[in-house]
Design a protein around this ligand. Sequence first.
Ligand code: KG4
Ligand code: ZN
Length: 359
Amino acid sequence: MESDVTQELTVLGLETSCDETAAAVVRGRAPGPGVILSNIVSSQIAVHRPYGGVVPEIAARAHVEIVDLIVAQALDDAGVMLGELDGIAVTAGPGLIGGVAVGLTTAKGLALASGKQLIALNHLEAHALTARLTDGVAFPFLLLLVSGGHCQLLICEGVGRFTRLGTTIDDAAGEAFDKTAKLLGLGFPGGPAIETAAKLGNAKRFRFPRPLVDGEGFDFSFSGLKSAVRRAGEVEGLDVVTVRDIAASFQAAAVDVLTQRSLKAMRAMRERDLNMRCLVVAGGVAANESLSRSLRAAAVTEGFDLVVPRPSLCTDNGAMVAWAGIERLGLGLTDGMSAAARARWPLDQRRQGVPGAKS
Ligand code: KG4
Ligand code: ZN
């Protein structure tokens, strides 16, 4: 469903589904690219670091304390008044329900006070559509969605039109990075810590398993990899050199799994002769340089373009929410005050309830 909207829209986007309180103002029209007028992200990393992960109660409270300020700063930076907006977009799920409720309630209040349209949208769709905000990527495209809670390969045919090819049967990609970093004592969040340590390590010292790469379908699995990392640490000890070598070997295995699966999906798309020539990577793990390098090489062999948004637009942010709001508003897809916060919300609704599949 490619929109033929001609009017430019200006939308405020709010993001509070995990540990970033974020707001942004974006202007544009489908299919993009759009213009980011402001993009404010307040990270709670320091608050959660002592616990080694995000604590939902603390996250919700921290969002409440700062969300008004972040919204005011986003409007101020953009030089846009509330009354000049066309709509207010907000992540309504999936995510930590307390945080999602804070963002949604704030957005409803703003929409009510200003008489503007509310767009209560799926966080994963916001990640997915970021490549249109940055590069104006046309539908359909192949999407590798790799974040703290998700690891999926999808076909994206339009706004709200996703078909899932595969998902993780255990841990999400970011979760695997985070758990491995914890095992290695590298701290939180794990993805960037592993990437930094891996740059100094020998990726060939440990040959960790690549679960499911030879299997049928497009599913992922990371728990065997995590167990192998734990065993290596127990056997070898965690001296500085070994930690770096394990980090490098783990990253090489994870990147390999993600690349092989994406390669297989690109090949399948080509064989099915779907009019699709772009692989988009989205979600926090897309910020990993080693992953984008490897995917770029794979895409070249299949004649695909690779689009990876810049790191600050891969991890959670308000600009992606504002852009998804522009796309939805342009199609007349708005929400009422009864819009609900949802902890779980699969992108591909047809796959709801698939055993072993994460939403
Ligand atoms: O999309 P995101 O910001 O939040 C969720 O919606 O989950 O993704 C966060 C995840 C975390 O697991 C984090 O460790 C991972 O993305 N991540 C990375 C990198 N930067 C963030 N993983 C690998 N390499 C990175 N450079
Ligand atoms: Zn995310």
